[in-house]
Each structure stands twice: as structure tokens, then as C-alpha cells.
Design a protein around this ligand. Sequence first.
Ligand code: MG
Length: 162
Amino acid sequence: MQRIGFGFDSHRFVQGRPLVLGGVRIDHALGLAGHSDADAVIHAIIDAILGAMGEGDIGQLFSDTDPRWKDADSSQLLKQVMALAAKNAFAVGNCDVTIITQEPKLEPYKEPMRDKLSALLNVDRGCISVKAKTNEGMGWIGKGEGLAALAAVLMVGPDQKT
Ligand code: MG
């Protein structure tokens, strides 16, 4: 059985926080506001995995009022979601991510993100795609107020009879 899931996340840029995307630290003057480390890429992937399995969304699992997730490393949250997937006998088939941000340029970070996500999702790096684009200067992303990430994940699950 194969199931597809889709995830979206966005966070606002602020000063005084590190910028972490796809589990990789990005060199930039601004970071992202959020209860956890605000890694929008991993948050979108988590929602895609949960969506594929019909297991709700990231806010249900990791509430943004729960002190346990304050400044949490989102890689650790993804590990917990992968443990839930394993419990449900699901594995990741492939993962396709698009990041939309005016700045910074993410080209140098795409391959490190693929490596990191390949390890977290337990698939070959060839099954991970990370794409980045600007918003052509339009709207809140174009003005640099924040960034957005979108993820599609194929989950390969147990035979439907089991
Ligand atoms: Mg988020």
C-alpha cells in the first residue's frame, strides 16, 4: 500500500535566533520565530508523513504551548514521527521539498539538507529532493517577512489486509 501526504509550514523571520532548515544550520543574519527551533522544512515533512498515515497534524503531537518542545530540535520531533510510522509499519518512499524565501540563497545548503533528511527519513539521498525558490519579490515572502516550506512524502505501508 502506498499513501501520499502533503505538508505546509511558514515562520516569521526575527533577529536573535539561528536559522535551521532541514536540520541544517544556515548562515544568515535572521532566524525564524517559533516555539521549537522553527525548522519549517522539517515541520512540513512531519505534516506530510502524518497526513499520509491519517495521524493528524504536528500541532496535535507537539503542542506549541508544551514546555517540552520549547526551542526543540525539530530533527528530534521528526525522529519521534518516524518511530510512529514504524509502529504503523510505514516507511518513507520519497520526499520532495520546496522552500520559498527571498533570502538567503539556499543553493549551498541543498545537498547538506538532502544528506540530513536522508538519514532522518531512512532512505537513500536519491529519494530526497530539496528545491528552493524566491517569491519574485511579491507579498510577505517577497518582502522578507518570513519563509514557507512545502513537502510531499510518499509512505509505503503494510498490505491492506494486515
Ligand atoms: Mg512550524
